[in-house]
Design a protein around this ligand. Structure first.
Ligand code: ATP
Ligand code: MG
Ligand code: FE
Length: 347
């Protein structure tokens, strides 16, 4: 059967289509048929962050065209089921997407599945690397930084720990702003860091002290340290080497994230680590995580960058897994929830 996924929790309108086998040899295998994304990121750039009102309006305008493109790309007139993000995210943005998904489901007479965006970020990996074994997932995005235990398909995710303050992507965006690099900060900082020396400045590794929580993160101290470094350098009348700052900042983030993620997988005795969310696109994080996983004998799975950031395919992927696991469709009266907890997600 085909499952269409609709994502609208932030500034991307995503419509993805997958097919899933419900019986037979390769039962549970999910194949990507279409992945169309329209982003309003350029409209937010001059404000230095996502403006909720602009995002909602952009979803309204992009929804039907993106839906049409995805159906055409998948070569279908209508899917057999619809899955849509109902949280967490921006209230207005979620409402636009979820209302549209319910309307399509009612008009086409197909079942509707309410999806947790964060579970989608993890489930997307199955599109590229096959069904997920029991694993630890590091979810690193613009709004979240969490270590999750994914016991097995069909079971709720367990949050082992999360950031106490800024999300990793948020730290990237704030530091990029500080260095005058524009928004979103991740990709620009990642590129600039390649020209710098990652050992130039010793930035702090938050939450890594002996009494700090094993699976929690903190990035606001790092952000402050970067700000203080830039200020001090200016005050001395010296020029800030932005590439060195970018590389040293990136090293601090990637070091803590990869160390804690690999340690969590080892703690829990699982053989697989999945890294997902926008920051999983980061080149240094991928590199460090790979070498540490190799050393620990853990399989690392990271979706390709396009699937790491928000898209409809990840919602379709989780929807397909739920359907395959025998989940009941959601009621069309299910409400969106901007603060939906990651632990409610089924995968
Ligand atoms: P959430 O999923 O928590 O609701 P979101 O959906 O807005 O948040 P994503 O779209 O998954 O987040 O990720 C966006 C974030 O990823 C931004 O903060 C961006 O700076 C960051 N990012 C993107 N590419 C990179 C990169 N190469 N290196 C570091 N960060 C990156
Ligand atoms: Mg985004
Ligand atoms: Fe996201």
């Amino acid at each position: 059967i085909t499952v269409l996924g609709l994502e609208s929790s932030c500034d991307e309108t995503g419509v993805g289509v997958v097919s899933v086998k419900l019986a037979g040899d390769d039962s549970g295998n999910v194949t990507l048929l279409a992945d169309e994304v329209a982003s309003s990121v350029d409209e937010h750039a001059r404000y230095g962050g996502v403006v909720p009102e602009i995002a909602s309006r952009a979803h309204l305008e992009a929804l039907v065209p993106t839906m049409r493109r995805a159906l055409a790309a998948a070569g279908i007139e209508r899917p057999d089921a619809i899955a849509a993000t109902i949280g967490p995210g921006l209230a207005g943005a979620l409402l636009v997407g979820a209302a549209a998904a319910k309307a399509y489901a009612a008009a086409w007479g197909v079942p509707f599945y309410a999806i947790n965006h964060l579970g989608g970020h993890v489930a997307v990996d199955a599109l590229e690397h096959g069904p997920l074994p029991p694993c630890v997932a590091l979810l690193v995005s613009g709004g979240h930084t969490s270590l999750l235990h994914v016991p097995s398909l069909g079971q709720p995710l367990v949050e082992l720990g999360a950031t106490m303050d800024d999300a990793a992507g948020e730290a990237y965006d704030k530091v990029a702003r500080l260095l005058g690099l524009g928004y979103p900060g991740g990709p620009v900082l990642d590129a600039l860091a390649k020209q710098g020396n990652r050992d130039a400045i010793a930035f702090p590794r938050g939450m890594t002290g002996p009494r700090d929580s094993r699976h929690a993160f903190s990035f606001s101290g790092l952000k402050t340290a970067v700000a203080r470094y830039v200020e001090t350098t200016h005050r001395r009348g010296e020029v800030v080497d932005r590439a060195d700052v970018a590389a040293s900042f990136q090293e601090a983030v990637a070091d803590v994230l990869s160390m804690k993620a690999v340690r969590a997988a080892t703690d829990l005795g699982v053989g697989t680590l999945v890294i997902s969310g926008g920051v999983a696109a980061n080149s240094r994080l991928r590199e460090l995580a790979q070498s540490r996983c190799d050393a620990a004998g853990i399989e690392l799975r990271v979706p390709k960058p396009r699937l790491c950031t928000d898209n409809g395919a990840m919602i379709a992927s989780l929807g397909a897994h739920l359907i395959h696991a025998g989940a009941e469709p959601s009621s069309l009266s299910v409400a969106t929830n901007p603060a939906l907890s990651v632990q409610v997600s089924q995968i």
